[in-house]
Design a protein around this ligand. Structure first.
Ligand SMILES: *[C@@H]1O[C@H](CO)[C@@H](O)[C@H](O)[C@H]1NC(C)=O
Ligand SMILES: *[C@@H]1O[C@H](CO)[C@@H](O)[C@H](O)[C@H]1NC(C)=O
Ligand SMILES: *[C@@H]1O[C@H](CO)[C@@H](O)[C@H](O)[C@H]1NC(C)=O
Ligand SMILES: *[C@@H]1O[C@H](CO)[C@@H](O)[C@H](O)[C@H]1NC(C)=O
Length: 481
């Protein structure tokens, strides 16, 4: 979610689990005697010896904390949970000593990590796992206030620093918010907080985000992270929590997509949100007029459920759908249309054009005949992206967020990925993986970066948006972030 608005009528959260299995120490056999004999060493090539030597050195240096040693490059996967029929997608991180796992929304639309605190007495914190700083021996209190505002509410507390692990990676000094003030509806059980996956420039804490520390340190095989998100919104048997797909750090998972990844650079290298330029939208085969310049900028946001855009472009999308009408009252800014219409909307960001399935366009069924579409009209501040492209779009592609060169890529989902849609199953639980690589963030926490502050303030200056979010919260009584 972009800080300021939660646009998701149906927010859901799921728990994700780290891919890495925690290896229990092997118990030693009680009594076992064996004959030791010396074997002739197998001949190894110079290459084999060289790679063994490199790995050995890196392992020992990591173990004994040589600050200049580069951990072995690697990649890892975190299984996602799909909450409330595609309303939200969550994964898990493990924090502290001993590590405790928490479910967190995976949000490419913001850049802070925060968790509800065990000292939070507000109703929003009831029934969820909360972070108890006194039970982690490695926790350090930064004694700096932290707050972040989304359209659907806010979270506030203090900043702390601790070991944070995810997908087999570990950052030894990750700064995050420990929040004792959390607005109602911001967290849906079992979710305990949010992991921001956008750039440090928009972090309210000023701290380097977990992903950016890992990407910039060279810990990853490739400087990118990728998502495959499942679809359950057209599955009447969907339960609150369903398997949500796959989040991969440091690599793409080639079994989840086919063909090439179509990358488009972040315009002007403006690393804040994961920005893209909307180059074309079609609805029912007709091209929509897209303004140029800043009104074509879009944030690609896993933390937003639907797709918001400028009022005139959104109106034009619906003008091609017979009998579509602007919503009124609590549906102000949204559109309704006959559910029997199969809608085909495509979007492009400079390269290939990607189709949104009818199942995703049809965001809500209001009654037997009337549906609500997934595109809504959005008013953002001057420096904010005009479009927020959320899960409605992202469920239709394999999405890649590349650090260097800074770009977003999309690819066609594989048959294996598509086969996970609507398959009701038990969800992965938050687990603690074993960390393959430990990295230290070099950036220190400070107050909010000036650039971040200006972007967030401008986002907040869109009064229509917050009204919209309040309306949606009432209508769907779900979390909008
Ligand atoms: C950090 O210290 C401040 C006092 O400086 C205290 O109010 C706050 O509760 C502490 N936070 C945590 C998470 O321990
Ligand atoms: C949901 O939508 C997808 C994509 O349009 C379709 O393949 C699938 O059959 C639909 N599932 C149900 C249960 O309607
Ligand atoms: C790729 O994704 C599939 C499906 O989630 C998973 O089974 C597989 O382990 C993943 N591969 C890697 C290398 O992570
Ligand atoms: C959707 O519209 C695009 C653009 O006109 C078109 O190329 C595509 O074939 C359409 N898809 C379907 C399923 O009709």
């Amino acid at each position: 979610m972009v800080p300021f608005s939660s646009l998701s009528p149906l927010a859901l959260l799921v728990s994700l689990s780290a891919n890495v299995v925690y290896a229990a120490p092997r118990s030693s056999p009680l009594s076992l005697s064996m004959t030791l004999s010396r074997r002739a060493p197998e001949a190894r090539s110079p290459d084999e010896i060289g790679s063994w030597a490199q790995a050995h050195k890196a392992n020992v240096e990591t173990k004994y904390g040589n600050p200049s040693s580069k951990a072995k490059r690697s990649s890892g996967q975190n299984l996602i949970v799909n909450q409330k029929a595609d309303s939200s997608f969550f994964g898990s991180v493990a924090i502290g000593t001993p590590p405790v796992a928490y479910d967190v929304i995976l949000d490419t639309g913001s850049a802070d990590l925060w968790l509800a605190s065990s000292t939070c007495t507000e109703s929003a914190c009831e029934g969820i796992a909360t972070f108890d700083s006194s039970s982690s021996s490695s926790f350090q209190n930064k004694s700096t206030e932290f707050s972040i505002t989304y359209g659907s509410g806010d979270a506030a507390g203090t900043l702390g620093e601790d070991i944070v692990q995810m997908a087999g990676f570990s950052v030894s000094n990750q700064v995050f918010g420990v929040c004792d003030q959390v607005s109602d509806g911001l967290l849906n059980s079992p979710v305990s907080g949010l992991l921001g996956l956008a750039f440090q420039t928009i972090a309210s804490s000023g701290a380097s985000p977990l992903w950016e520390t890992l990407a910039s340190s060279g810990a990853w095989d490739q400087p990118l992270m990728a998502f495959q998100l499942t679809r359950f919104n057209n599955d009447s048997k969907a339960t609150d929590l369903e398997p949500g797909g796959t989040f991969t750090m440091g690599a793409t998972n080639t079994s989840l997509y086919t063909g090439d990844i179509d990358y488009n650079d972040i315009p002007d290298n403006e690393e804040s949100y994961w920005l893209q330029t909307v180059s074309s939208i079609t609805s029912q085969g007709s091209a929509i007029t897209i303004s140029s310049g800043s009104s074509a900028l879009a944030a690609i946001d896993t933390g937003t459920t639907l797709i918001g855009g400028p009022a005139d472009a959104v109106a034009e999308i619906y003008s091609n759908i017979p009998n579509a009408e602007a919503g009124t009252g609590q549906l102000e800014g949204y559109y309704i249309y006959p559910c029997s219409t199969t809608v085909n909307v495509t979007m492009a960001f400079g390269g290939k054009s990607w189709a949104i399935s009818n199942a995703d366009f049809q965001a809500e069924q209001l009654n037997e005949d009337t549906c609500m579409g997934a595109f809504f009209s959005l008013t953002t501040g001057n420096n904010a992206p005009a479009w927020i492209v959320g899960d409605t779009f992202l469920k239709n592609v394999y999405s890649v967020f590349r650090y260097n060169p800074a770009s977003v890529g999309f690819a066609t989902l594989s048959a294996e990925a598509l086969a996970m849609n609507g398959v009701n199953a038990a969800v992965p639980s938050a687990t603690i993986g074993s960390a393959a690589a430990t990295i230290s963030a070099t950036a220190t926490a400070g107050t909010r970066d000036a650039n971040g502050a200006s972007i967030i303030q401008s986002l907040l200056s869109g009064p229509a948006l917050s009204l919209l979010v309040i309306a949606m919260t009432i209508v769907f009584s779900s979390v909008c972030i």
